[in-house]
Design a protein around this ligand. Sequence first.
Ligand SMILES: NC(=O)c1ccc[n+]([C@@H]2O[C@H](COP(=O)([O-])OP(=O)(O)OC[C@H]3O[C@@H](n4cnc5c(N)ncnc54)[C@H](OP(=O)(O)O)[C@@H]3O)[C@@H](O)[C@H]2O)c1
Length: 274
Amino acid sequence: MKRQLRDMVVVITGASAGIGKALSQALAERGARLALGARRLDKLEELRKTLSGEHLVVQTDVAKEEDCRRLVARAMEKFGRIDTLVCNAGYGIARSIVDSTADDVQRMFATNVYGTLDCIRAAVPEMRKQEPRDGYRGQVMIMSSAAGRRGLPYFGIYSATKFAQLGIAEALRVELKTELIAVTSVHPIGTQTDFFTVAQELGGLKMPVPGTGEVRQSAATVARKMIGAIERPRPELWPFQPARIAVSIGTLMPSVVDRIMGKYRGDFAPPQSS
Ligand SMILES: NC(=O)c1ccc[n+]([C@@H]2O[C@H](COP(=O)([O-])OP(=O)(O)OC[C@H]3O[C@@H](n4cnc5c(N)ncnc54)[C@H](OP(=O)(O)O)[C@@H]3O)[C@@H](O)[C@H]2O)c1
């Protein structure tokens, strides 16, 4: 059964930019009611003004458990239910494994992994209490990455957070199935957002210029595919299907993938030469 987007309540973290923002715009156009979280409240307010419909914005740092709880509580207060929770907030640092500090690791896990878990722990008990709508009590959508199935050089810690999110999604999907709560993990390839600028600034590595054979999707394309998976929940969404096939075959031939990745890694310039 296709879930109706009109009046569907969707909570989205990391809605102030990139994929989260594009998803918010696309869902608002289709009549969904949104609760949007991110740290930059000014960006959320700006976005809200451009959206048709009554939406909620809540300043949220997903690395803080109380912020995750507040976002969910405010959404329940305003809308009375949550149909889809999109755990999208996240970032990466372009830095080698060995150069990554304990603080880099702790902070990235706090946002990408603990933030996901804290939002889930706040929202799922609410979903459990609600009547099904179009066959589902709710849906949890977790923004992993293609890098959640194959580690990327110079994004190793980031990849580890994305693997962790996939592990959570796979287990949760089975745990919640009988309660009519769907779980979908999302695995985009490189997407044109601020992600790489942020990763480069934080990591101090100069990244390869896209266009040298690397495919990147637009945030609007990824958002459109995510909408398809909100209407018809599925276990995994790969917005660029060939990546799914390449990554799956790659698990059987790790040394071949290592060679390809070696070429990619070679394009990274270390800080002293940037
Ligand atoms: N772009 C890609 O190539 C790509 C590929 C695969 C997966 N992804 C995933 O897609 C998601 C969105 O990234 P993007 O590409 O849209 O990057 P982006 O344009 O940099 O957007 C990141 C969003 O996450 C929010 N965010 C970061 N830390 C946060 C925190 N502690 N609490 C709340 N919000 C936080 C940011 O908002 P504030 O700064 O306002 O808090 C922003 O809205 C991430 O999980 C990323 O890992 C991206």
